[in-house]
Design a protein around this ligand. Structure first.
Ligand SMILES: CC(C)(COP(=O)(O)OP(=O)(O)OC[C@H]1O[C@@H](n2cnc3c(N)ncnc32)[C@H](O)[C@@H]1OP(=O)(O)O)[C@@H](O)C(=O)NCCC(=O)NCCS
Length: 202
């Protein structure tokens, strides 16, 4: 049994070493990016200091204007199987914590009323023109497991998004929002230093 444990930890150490080498080669400022990773458009991605990610990170950076479209601040931690897609702008601030299996995308396949443009459902989704609105996730935000963050959303600093939520509208700073669509349930009160209940979900 002891032999097994020591074997396992050796493999673990070896994996960590490989991941570390890969990280320093691809994004030298990052702390550790765990393999496997799927990366499209590396030159359009900016990653800050001490970035950490779990396994299975997928990033698609395909900006139409050929400028950096994904900017990640310092000390950001992302857990396993997160997918970030951008053709316009996704900005993630400093000290943001993102749970596993989170989806963040600034674009849709087609237009469904935005700018009064309406895509034809007889056109296959993959052939519809992409529509996009920027996403901003400010400093100190914590995003729970399985959250989806949809185009055009800003999540204010210090806010928390509960597990399994779908964020379709802006969330102001220092709030806890849950559900689909995500709605605020608590707000931090700096005078009392407590999270006040804002509203009961029905
Ligand atoms: C958002 C969260 C932090 C809220 O914690 P909390 O404030 O202690 O929550 P409470 O237990 O007081 O719940 C308040 C209300 O919100 C509801 N609620 C809490 N989290 C919810 C969620 N993720 N989705 C839907 N409703 C939720 C509760 O059912 C409760 O409703 P009620 O007042 O009608 O009974 C927590 O519920 C959560 O989702 N954490 C994420 C965990 C996670 O993903 N961890 C990964 C680590 S990176």
């Amino acid at each position: 049994m002891w032999k097994k444990i020591s074997n396992y930890s050796l493999i673990g150490i070896f994996n960590l070493f490989i991941n570390y080498l890969f990280t320093k080669l691809i994004f030298p400022s990052a702390r550790i990016i765990r393999l496997p990773i799927y990366l499209k458009g590396k030159k359009y991605i900016k990653i800050g200091k001490n970035f950490t990610s779990g396994v299975g990170l997928r990033i698609d950076a395909l900006p139409e204007d050929k400028r950096k479209c994904i900017e990640i601040g310092d000390d950001v931690q992302i857990n396993d199987y997160v997918h970030i897609g951008s053709i316009l702008s996704v900005k993630i601030g400093n000290n943001v914590l993102i749970g596993s299996k989170v989806y963040i995308s600034d674009h849709n396949h087609g237009y469904y009323g935005l700018n009064n443009i309406h895509s034809d459902p007889l056109v296959p989704p993959i052939k519809r023109n992409l529509s996009a609105s920027p996403i901003v996730i400010e400093d100190n935000v914590w995003i729970g497991e399985f959250v989806a963050i949809l185009p055009g959303v800003t999540i204010g600093k210090g806010s928390i998004i509960g597990a399994m939520s779908v964020v379709t509208r802006d969330i102001p700073p220092y709030q806890i929002a849950v559900g689909s669509p995500a709605k605020c349930i608590k707000k931090y009160n700096f005078s009392t230093k407590k999270w006040d209940i804002v509203k009961k979900r029905k």
